[in-house]
Design a protein around this ligand. Structure first.
Ligand code: ADE
Length: 240
């Protein structure tokens, strides 16, 4: 049997209607989360999937990714949702989509025992995403933004257990991670779990805010108005 693709997001709005689109759904509750299994798409593009709303932060994401892999046999995990744009050049704008080429935990710091930002005993700071699935996500992102003002970018995405909402915090990330495009709260945790299990992962994030002083109002507005339609467009393009 083909291994199902794990699809996860932090908040319900970030998966849109995808759970309702699953054919022959069965839902299992594990560790306070609901995992819905079934098939997305028709005919030759019909794909077995397991979808779960993970909730916010690295621990929630790591727990969910582990369950997708160990209990549901996923060999690929996709994460969709929102992120703050943080590139210094401000090319990454609200409404754009960032496909992660790699992820890193900006709040990992076991120095002086281990180098700052390195994952202790893994010996790396950045974890690369799967090239094939990132290309598929990029194609889907390009298809669902055609004819709109939104652009699609690919690059480093940072994760940490903080909502970044000040120019000062944004600038600190820009200084420490000059190539980073976006910041969120889960991707690098999924990345570490998948890396340690030898499982493919890829991440698509729509930019809801610029992680600056306006983020506290920009994020909730975007979450209620754009997150679900964007998730629907992206996942429909990925699993037609
Ligand atoms: N997700 C969306 N915007 C974010 C921000 N500014 N900080 C952390 N996670 C986010």
């Amino acid at each position: 049997m083909t291994a199902p693709i794990g699809i996860m997001a932090a908040l319900p709005q970030e998966v849109g209607d995808v759970i309702a689109r699953i054919q022959n759904p069965t839902t299992t509750k594990r560790a306070r989360r609901h995992y819905t299994q079934g098939v997305l798409g028709d005919g030759t593009s019909a794909t077995p999937v397991v979808v779960c709303v993970a909730r916010v932060g690295k621990v929630a994401a790591a727990s969910t990714a582990t369950t997708l892999i160990q209990q549901f046999g996923c060999e690929t995990v996709l994460f969709v949702g929102l992120a703050g744009g943080i590139d210094r050049e401000q090319m990454v704008k609200v409404g754009d989509i960032v496909i992660a080429s790699a992820v890193a935990q900006h709040d990992m710091n076991a120095s002086p025992i281990f180098p700052k930002n390195e994952i202790p005993l893994l010996g790396i700071k950045e974890i690369p995403t799967d090239v094939t699935w990132s290309e598929r996500l990029k194609d889907a992102a390009l298809r669902c933004t055609t004819g709109t003002a939104a652009s699609v970018h690919q690059g480093l995405v940072l994760s940490g257990d903080q909502f970044i909402n000040s120019a000062e915090a944004q600038q600190r990330l820009q200084r420490d991670w000059p190539t980073a495009l976006a910041v969120e709260m889960e991707g690098a945790a999924v990345g570490q779990v998948c890396f340690e299990h030898g499982v493919r992962f890829a991440i698509a994030r729509t930019i809801s805010d610029r992680a600056d002083d306006e983020a506290n109002t920009d994020f909730p507005t975007f979450l209620t108005t754009v997150a679900a339609p964007r998730a629907n467009a992206l996942l429909n393009a990925l699993f037609p």
